[in-house]
Design a binder for this molecule. Structure first.
Ligand code: ATP
Ligand code: MG
Length: 147
C-alpha cells in the first residue's frame, strides 16, 4: 500500500493560507463542523492526482477551484495542492524516497504539474501514479454523495 506523508493545500477552495495535513500510515480521519472544508480536502486529493472534471470537485469551472476570497479576504491568483507519498518501499519506480506531486491551477484554468519539483505533463503524472495503482477516478475514492 502507498502511504501519504503529507497533503499541502494553498489557495485552493477554502484554504487561503498554506495548510499542511499530516498523515500517519494507519487510519486518518478529518473532523469538523458543517462547511469547515472537510470535503474540500478530498477534492484537493482528487485535484492533485489529475482529476479533470471541475464539477466532480464541486466547482462550476476549473478556475473556481481557486480560493475566491470568501467574505473578507482577497482572492488568490492561483491554487496549489501538493501530495507527498512515501517511497521507502519503492512502490514508485524512482530512486527518491519521497515522491512529491503538485498541481497548480491558474485563473485562466490551466494546470501545471510537477513531480519532485520538475514540470511534467498530466499524462506523465498519471503514468507514474498508475505504477502505484493510483487513479484520480479510482473507485477507492468515495466522495460525499457517491453512495
Ligand atoms: P459538510 O459537513 O457540510 O459536508 P464540509 O466540511 O465537507 O461540510 P466543504 O464542502 O468542504 O465543507 O466546504 C464548504 C465551504 O468551502 C463553504 O463555506 C464554501 O464557501 C467554501 N468554498 C468552496 N469553494 C471555495 C472557493 N473557491 N473559495 C473559497 N471558499 C470556498
Ligand atoms: Mg462535506
Amino acid at each position: 500500500m502507498t502511504k501519504i506523508n503529507r497533503l499541502s493545500i494553498h489557495g485552493f477552495k477554502s484554504f487561503a493560507h498554506k495548510t499542511d495535513v499530516m498523515f500517519d500510515g494507519k487510519f486518518n480521519c478529518i473532523l469538523g463542523p458543517n462547511g469547515s472544508g472537510k470535503s474540500n480536502v478530498s477534492d484537493a486529493i482528487c485535484f492533485v492526482l489529475g482529476r479533470l472534471s471541475a464539477k466532480s470537485m464541486r466547482a462550476e469551472k476549473a478556475a473556481n477551484l481557486i480560493f475566491n476570497g470568501g467574505k473578507k479576504k482577497s482572492p488568490s491568483d492561483k491554487g496549489t495542492v501538493e501530495i507527498a507519498f512515501c517511497n521507502k518501499a519503492n512502490i514508485f519506480p524512482k530512486e527518491e524516497k519521497e515522491i512529491v506531486l503538485s498541481r497548480t491551477i491558474t485563473k485562466k484554468g490551466s494546470s501545471i504539474y510537477k513531480i519532485n519539483g520538475k514540470k511534467h505533463t498530466r499524462g506523465e503524472v498519471l503514468d507514474l501514479m498508475a505504477t502505484a495503482r493510483i487513479n484520480p477516478e479510482g473507485y477507492n475514492i468515495i466522495l460525499q454523495g457517491d453512495i
